[in-house]
Write a protein that binds this ligand. Structure first.
Ligand code: KG4
Ligand code: ZN
Length: 330
């Protein structure tokens, strides 16, 4: 089965073709970062308009790159949420329209399910069941995964998502949007001298809270001379606190569930220090750990094509309605 995947939930247009036996046949990504940069964050209306401009040509390009025609496509998967409603509608309407024209089924995919299954695209995919840590710009969740579509939320952020906290702290340090990777680069020049709290780790449970860390960073910055070194030291202390907090909660989730496989996905899973901290913990716990390759940590069409393909193979079929849900629990 060959599935076309379409991702337009935020500021990335992703288009991919996934073959159920041969793997990825095409994978295209267009990032709108330059478009939104001057505003310091994603402008929803600009995002929708740009998805409209880019999506159809990218679908054509993906077919061309893989030497396929529309007759080879067996189904279409699109991100139906959560995300920006206008942006989602572009992908959803395009997917539904193409599915109608090509007379193939289309399936609505949950964006976080896409992230969660992204490590399945790697040469050594994880085996079910596993614990998944999803860390993106909009979500921070620990999920018990029994199989495709069998998800139980073990814990989540009560306020800011991990990526959101990275982006807001980065902005505070004078870094441009999207700040997560830039804060991480700044942290490499930091000296270990500050200690930030590890929120909600001293009580039981698997929920997170990251908004206090951002305030802690602001107070530390204001109390400092705001030199370049101060900023790098704050970036490092912030990143260490996030990495440590995530690691403590993941260890707790593995111990509570008795599972021995941890999957880490979503934009923040591209962070080197977080990957290292989680990997060291997994080794101590004798657990297997799986990450997507860095390009599949952040938003992409490949993960949506994969998730949709699994759902179509399982026989899932949907009514012709165009589904777009800005808020949608996994
Ligand atoms: O999964 P994603 O591409 O989009 C959402 O579904 O939200 O995640 C984007 C988030 C942003 O907050 C971005 O700053 C963060 O992931 N991010 C990082 C890194 N790369 C991306 N945060 C920390 N370190 C990184 N290397
Ligand atoms: Zn995402």
């Amino acid at each position: 089965m060959i599935v076309l995947g379409i991702e337009t939930s935020c500021d990335e247009t992703g288009v991919a073709l996934y073959h159920s036996e041969r793997g990825l046949l095409a994978d295209l990504l267009y990032s709108q970062i330059d478009l939104h940069k001057e505003y310091g964050g994603v402008v929803p209306e600009l995002a929708s308009r740009d998805h409209i401009r880019k999506l159809a040509p990218m679908v054509r390009q993906a077919l061309q790159d893989s030497g396929l025609t529309r007759n080879d496509i067996d189904g279409i998967a699109y991100t139906a949420g959560p995300g920006l409603i206008g942006a989602l509608l572009v992908g959803a309407a395009t997917a539904r329209g193409l599915a109608w024209a090509w007379q193939v089924p289309a399936v609505a995919v949950h964006h976080m399910e896409g992230h969660l299954l992204a490590p399945m695209l790697e040469p050594k995919p994880p085996e079910f069941p596993f614990v998944a840590l999803l860390i993106s710009g909009g979500h921070t969740q620990l999920v018990k995964v029994e199989g495709i579509g069998r998800y139980e939320i073990l814990g989540e952020s009560l306020d800011d998502a991990a990526g959101e906290a990275f982006d807001k702290t980065a902005k505070m340090l004078g870094l441009s949007y999207p700040g997560g990777p830039k804060l991480s680069a700044l942290a490499t020049r930091g000296h270990t001298r500050l200690h930030f709290p590890r929120p909600m780790t001293d009580r039981p449970g698997l929920d997170f809270s990251f908004s206090g860390l951002k305030t802690f960073a602001l107070n530390t910055l204001q109390a400092s001379e705001r030199s370049a070194q101060d900023k790098a030291d704050i970036a490092l202390a912030f990143q260490e606190a996030v990495a440590d907090t995530l690691t403590i909660k993941c260890r707790r989730a593995l111990q509570q569930t008795g599972l021995k496989t941890l999957v880490v996905a979503g934009g923040v899973s591209a962070n080197t220090q977080i990957r290292a901290s989680l990997s060291a913990m997994a080794a101590r716990e004798k657990a297997a750990i799986h990450f997507p390759r860095p390009a599949f940590c952040t938003d992409n069409g490949a993960m949506i094509a994969y998730a949709g393909c699994q759902r179509l193979l399982a026989g899932q079929r949907e009514a012709l309605a165009i589904k777009a849900k800005p808020r949608w629990p996994i």
